[in-house]
Ligand binder design. Sequence first.
Ligand SMILES: CC(C)(COP(=O)(O)OP(=O)(O)OC[C@H]1O[C@@H](n2cnc3c(N)ncnc32)[C@H](O)[C@@H]1OP(=O)(O)O)[C@@H](O)C(=O)NCCC(=O)NCCS
Length: 181
Amino acid sequence: MESVQNIRLFSVRVLTPADAEAYRSVRLRALLEQPPAFGSLPEAEPNLCETAAKLAESDERCFFGAFQGEQLIGIIRLSRYSASNEKHRAYLAGLYVLPPFRYHGCGRALVRKALSRAANTPGIRRVNLTVVTQQETAIHLYQSFGFRIYGTEQETFSRDGQFYDEHLMTLECNSVYDYDA
Ligand SMILES: CC(C)(COP(=O)(O)OP(=O)(O)OC[C@H]1O[C@@H](n2cnc3c(N)ncnc32)[C@H](O)[C@@H]1OP(=O)(O)O)[C@@H](O)C(=O)NCCC(=O)NCCS
């Protein structure tokens, strides 16, 4: 796989509806990843208009993107449960870095940014996520932030006749860890 040099010059920011086309393109690439990193089906992905609407930041959802120059090279979503008795929980989803841009700290920067947002949002006590058991880089990355595996869901989804399990991971936000460090 070709690797891109000088990748350290990336930046991470909140995505907006204006990023819809770039986001959707990276997201569709993520859904075709082999081995699979996500159970969502490409054909079920929202159209451009719906994607733009989803990217509008709200109390319940925020997307972050990593950019090299103008190019979107990585994505992550932080969502918060909306019910009044579940608002103390948030979840990370959709972490993905385009293959040529991997192994330069981009994934770590995206997770750090999303966790920083969660830790600085009053009321959020816990962040959860699910990760396909084969995605060892992602699991290692999450564990390095303090996430722990609390269960494994068997055969969460299938692709091409093969079934995939997912780990359930959780992180308490009340640690003194400075995610922006
Ligand atoms: C998981 C993913 C986002 C990581 O992106 P990335 O930009 O490569 O991440 P980073 O560069 O921050 O590195 C994260 C980890 O990768 C590994 N890594 C880094 N450089 C590496 C290298 N040269 N060789 C091998 N592994 C390396 C390390 O475990 C590193 O953790 P460390 O910082 O403690 O050493 C990326 O691999 C990806 O998109 N995977 C497919 C999608 C996926 O699994 N998403 C998770 C959905 S829940």
